[in-house]
Unconditional design. Structure first.
Length: 317
């Protein structure tokens, strides 16, 4: 079949050869079984001097000499029969090894896919580093500079003896220091929330829901059923998807479903926003890279006008 893929041709060849070896093995077993049945009836006839129905032999006509004449050649044929069974079993294993394993083309495609996945993971890590650097530079650094200015002004006010201004500046400095701590905590949370290790995926997603401005409705049906690395990937997929919705979708509702289906963990993020999300954009491509890094896949459905559905399927192991 010219249009058939290489794996399809190999599977057809496997089926054909396996059918032949199966028929050979069945034929050998059938002949050996018939020989044993005939020998048994002849032994009974020779012992009891009775009839042998399989030969339509009258009583007393089957003797020990007759039994020996039939049984000895049959016994000599047992060795070739056993060798034939062993040969068909060996041929069956060889056939599976030859035709059932992936071919060169499939292995080449898999290596190319893994290389592409590795490139995506490296790109995602670089993007994550740039995001952390940007958060620290644009957020935390600016607040620390503002805190330093407030403390300097408080020192000058203390030198002039203006206690009221000094107390006001110190109060603002304390508030700014608290803001710096909040920003650092937010950066650490986005980098890797400690709560995920301590309390697991459900509690971490609930905390994410509480921190999100847009209402998030959680539907969790897979508590404790996935590997820790898979739960971490699921959390970051949900976190980045929710962040994208809040920033770009103008949605009034977000639904998050996390479900175990066999050996897969399925994560679905749905929103009623404006739709039109670009799977090749930086946000969704980063989510796809996270899924691919765990051997999973990502599907995005986002027609213009919405709604948008993001589904990630991850292996649980």
């Amino acid at each position: 079949m010219p249009g058939m893929r290489p794996r399809g041709r190999r599977l057809l060849a496997l089926l054909a050869v396996d059918s032949v070896t199966g028929l050979l093995g069945a034929a050998i077993l059938t002949l050996v079984s018939l020989g044993l049945i005939v020998t048994w009836q002849m032994l009974v006839g020779a012992t009891t001097h009775g009839p042998v129905p399989i030969f339509d032999a009258a009583p007393g006509t089957v003797t020990w000499v007759t039994v020996a004449g039939y049984a000895l050649p049959g016994a000599l044929l047992l060795f070739p029969a056993a060798s034939g069974l062993a040969g068909t079993a060996w041929l069956d294993r060889l056939t599976w090894w030859t035709f059932a394993r992936p071919g060169v083309d499939e292995l080449t495609r898999e290596v190319a896919r893994l290389h592409g996945t590795l490139d995506e993971v490296v790109a995602a890590v670089d993007a994550e580093r740039r995001r952390i650097e940007r958060d620290l530079h644009d957020g935390v650094r600016q607040r620390i500079v503002a805190l330093s200015i407030l403390l300097a002004r408080a020192e000058r006010a203390d030198g002039t003896g203006d206690a009221h201004e000094r107390r006001a500046l110190q109060r603002r400095a304390r508030e700014e220091a608290q803001s710096v701590l909040d920003d650092l905590r937010a950066v650490a949370w986005r980098t890797y929330p400690a709560m995920l290790v301590r309390d697991g995926l459900p509690a971490t997603l609930e905390a994410l829901r509480d921190r999100t401005v847009t209402p998030v409705h959680l539907h969790l049906e897979a508590h404790g059923l996935a590997h820790h690395a898979t739960e971490a990937a699921a959390y970051f997929i949900v976190s980045e998807a929710v962040t994208n919705v809040v920033k770009h979708a103008n949605a009034s509702r977000i639904d998050v479903h996390v479900t175990r289906r066999g050996t897969r963990l399925v994560v679905v993020v749905w929103d009623d926003g404006t739709g039109g999300a670009d799977p090749g954009g930086p946000g969704l491509s980063g989510i796809a890279a996270r899924a691919a890094a765990r051997g999973g896949r990502l599907h995005v459905g986002s027609p213009p006008g919405g709604p948008t559905t993001i589904e990630a399927v991850l292996p649980c192991a």
